[in-house]
Write a protein that binds this ligand. Structure first.
Ligand code: NAP
Length: 275
């Protein structure tokens, strides 16, 4: 455990994502509440978090940076650069800063605050229940940073180190936006069952259990590939096979690829705007 002793962590911005991380850190006893600091644009959320968990409130972003060895930038991407620009003289060299923002590249972050040890991180929403994925990228060959990420963010789910920012973007599209894409498909499943007379809550439950069961079966099936698992459901000239053939004929894969590419392009557009 690298994060111990006198180390403390600060969250600049304490909205949904920061709150999910703080909850994971405290409930899993990764860091005691006294070692956690938060600052926020408006005062309501920090007070609520202090009352709930006993964490510390920093009265300004400047104070947060002075108190915390590791600083997590947890505001929306459009607020981030304006928030860090005045802090150049306050960060100490080699302080560790974790950006959760989509669309702000490491180069841009370093242009605004050089000399820091930067990590870009992308958690997905199932981190809210400890079942998430946390992808991260750093250009520093520093195993301390890997251990730090693993120690701090394991309670939220699995952590995955990404080899460059292209891979970071594809992780973001597939695993973070991807949660939204999976819900889109679940909605199609659910609506089809509603058309056949299922009540909405029953249709939703059956849809969730179908996706959950498929995932859990694959997880429990050792080294079987997804294709092998699919073959076990689909017998030659059977019902599943007929549906699968139709899916392939209507090129569902192509539609999904286009959706993934479009999401990636939007990220690149944001990166151009947020410099
Ligand atoms: N939520 C997700 O599922 C998710 C997933 C992956 C990544 N992320 C990333 O995580 C980051 C945070 O997202 P979120 O959903 O947690 O956003 P959020 O709920 O809107 O929280 C952002 C917080 O930042 C505060 N803030 C804004 N400007 C500030 C400043 N200059 N100084 C200090 N605090 C400031 C806001 O304060 P106010 O209370 O005044 O508004 C708000 O509480 C974003 O970069 C997002 O892309 C989120």
């Amino acid at each position: 455990m690298v994060f111990s002793g006198t180390n403390s962590i600060g969250f600049m911005g304490c909205g949904n994502m920061a709150q999910a991380i703080i909850k994971g850190l405290i409930e899993n006893k990764v860091i005691p509440a006294q070692k956690i600091y938060v600052s926020n644009r408006s005062p309501g959320k920090p007070i609520k978090l202090r009352d709930q968990y006993g964490i510390n409130i920093a009265n300004s972003n400047e104070e947060l940076v002075e108190q915390a060895q590791v600083v997590v930038l947890a505001m929306k991407p459009q607020d981030l650069l304006a928030a860090i620009d005045p802090l150049g003289g306050i960060f100490s060299e080699k302080q560790i800063v974790i950006s959760l923002a989509a669309g702000i590249t490491l180069n841009t972050l370093k242009k605004h605050l050089p000399l820091l040890r930067w990590i870009r991180m992308m958690p997905n929403t199932p981190t809210l229940i400890g079942k998430g994925l946390v992808g991260y990228f750093t250009d520093q060959a520093d195993s301390y940073l890997d251990t730090l990420v693993e120690d701090l963010f394991k309670p939220l789910g699995q952590t995955t180190k990404l080899k460059d920012e292209d891979q970071f973007e594809s992780f973001m599209v597939a695993c973070s936006s991807g949660v939204g894409f999976v819900y889109e498909m679940m909605i199609y499943w659910q609506d089809w069952m509603i058309e056949y007379g299922f009540d909405e809550d029953v249709a939703q439950n059956l849809t969730l259990e179908t996706f959950l069961g498929a995932s859990q079966l694959a997880r429990a099936s050792g080294n079987l590939t997804l294709e092998e698992l699919q073959n076990r459901v689909a017998s030659k000239k059977g019902v599943t096979e007929a549906g699968l053939q139709s899916m392939r004929d209507s090129e569902i894969e192509r539609s999904l690829r286009v959706a993934f590419e479009k999401a990636g392009l939007r990220n690149q557009e944001m990166a151009k705007l947020l410099k």
